[in-house]
Design a protein around this ligand. Structure first.
Ligand code: FE2
Length: 205
């Protein structure tokens, strides 16, 4: 343990990604792990959003390697983290979504670790939320850390995922998520163009 909860969170996420078995399929994860392990932590201003309250109900026990420390340090640091929402979502999605959604950039532009080549962190979505179809130029992975969720890529089937499982999205690939009946915590990682935000795309009827 360090003297700062934010440094503990960075170390826990570094431990999750460094040497993760998914790095064989998704080499970008090695880059994320390496940068998190070696970089300096910047203490940014706390900015808490309503969604942070959901972490108090999260069960941080997990048999999946690396998940428990991330959930524990995330919940402990939540009140002093800089929580954000994608600007377009904050401007357009319903209040019920916005009260139950937010994320923390652990590494990336403006993150706890500054980087212009990767962006990665932790997001929280309340039970039952539907995250509408969206796209972005970055390559992306998600790992499910708590709860359950189904993921749709392009026009493919909805694929249910459990804790420890992951999803990969190519640049500009359309994707959407539906969250199960418990608070969902996802770690996400982006490489490539990490500066351009995600944007919503019309749902297929
Ligand atoms: Fe995405």
């Amino acid at each position: 343990m360090s003297s700062d909860l934010r440094e503990d969170l960075v170390a826990a996420l570094a431990g999750f990604y460094a040497g993760h078995p998914d790095a064989e399929r998704y080499p970008m994860l090695s880059e994320v792990g390496d940068l998190l392990t070696t970089a300096e932590v910047v203490i940014n201003e706390p900015m808490v959003l309503p969604v942070a309250r959901l972490l108090t109900d999260v069960d941080s026990e997990s048999d999946v390697p690396g998940v428990g420390p991330v959930l524990r340090t995330f919940a402990a640091a939540a009140p002093i983290l800089h929580w954000v929402q994608t600007a377009e979502y904050a401007a357009t999605l319903p209040q019920q979504f916005l009260d139950n959604y937010g994320y923390v950039r652990v590494i990336g532009p403006g993150g706890l670790v500054e980087s212009s080549v990767v962006s990665a962190g932790l997001g929280v979505w309340g039970a039952g939320l539907h995250y509408p179809r969206h796209e972005h130029p970055a390559e992306e992975t998600y790992h499910l850390l708590h709860g359950s969720a189904s993921f749709q890529r392009d026009d493919g089937p909805w694929e249910p995922k459990v804790v420890g499982e992951s999803v990969h999205h190519d640049p500009w690939e359309h994707h959407a998520q539906r969250f199960g009946n418990a608070t969902c915590v996802l770690s996400w990682a982006w490489t490539g163009d990490v500066v351009v935000n995600a944007r919503l795309v019309p749902e297929k009827s």
